[in-house]
Design a protein around this ligand. Sequence first.
Ligand code: UDP
Ligand code: MG
Length: 234
Amino acid sequence: MSLLSVIVPCYNEEESVALFYRELTKNDPFFKEKEIELELLYIDDGSKDGTVREVKKLIEQDPRVHIISFSRNFGKESAMFAGLEKSRGDYVVMMDVDLQDPPELLPKMYAMVKNGTCDSVATRRSDRTGEPVIRSFLSENFYKFINKISKTQLVYGARDYRIMCRKMVDAVLQMSEYNRFSKGIFSWVGFKTEWLEYENVERSAGETKWSLRQLFKYSLEGITGFSVAPLSVA
Ligand code: UDP
Ligand code: MG
């Protein structure tokens, strides 16, 4: 038996919690066939709505479901880190709760990492349909810029949807940075990564939790965390 931990950060996602569970567990026949035990960790990032209540309903029906609940909103990066720290799986996957990271890709990702030819399978979007033009424009230029000034290369359109073997998770956990920028950390730690592409999927319910301002702040974390250029300029 291998244990697969699924980490799902949630911030005010009461409408998506059960939908996500339903879609993920459609893979149960695959998990059973491959002798995979599942550990589903919902990380409540200080939600003010009924997110915790919805997860607790699932916990009552299914002992594979767990919750870690934050005292306030710390941001998705902190939620992912807490999930990685608590995960016990031989393999760990990170997924958004809004179904923008398609659960039906998971069997393929698992099979690729399980056969040992790579340590991680990461995903990228092949398009950005449905996203505001200004957001796509800023994002594209952020990737161009950071890849010019940093040795750590980032893949344009990369999602946080990624499966990793335990060895890689432990390496990521050793980086206990305060201002985390996971896309950079996953690249910086090395390991053999395969990439899968998929077409953009729109959110199942609710709205994006990131404002342009937060995204800008986050991009600065990437730049200051993975390049000495700002320091040299200063
Ligand atoms: N999220 C979180 N904390 C936050 C913001 C977002 O845990 O402060 C979660 C959110 O619930 C979702 C995932 O991170 O599961 C991605 O957020 P969102 O869908 O809003 O981002 P987008 O897809 O628009 O980039
Ligand atoms: Mg989303």
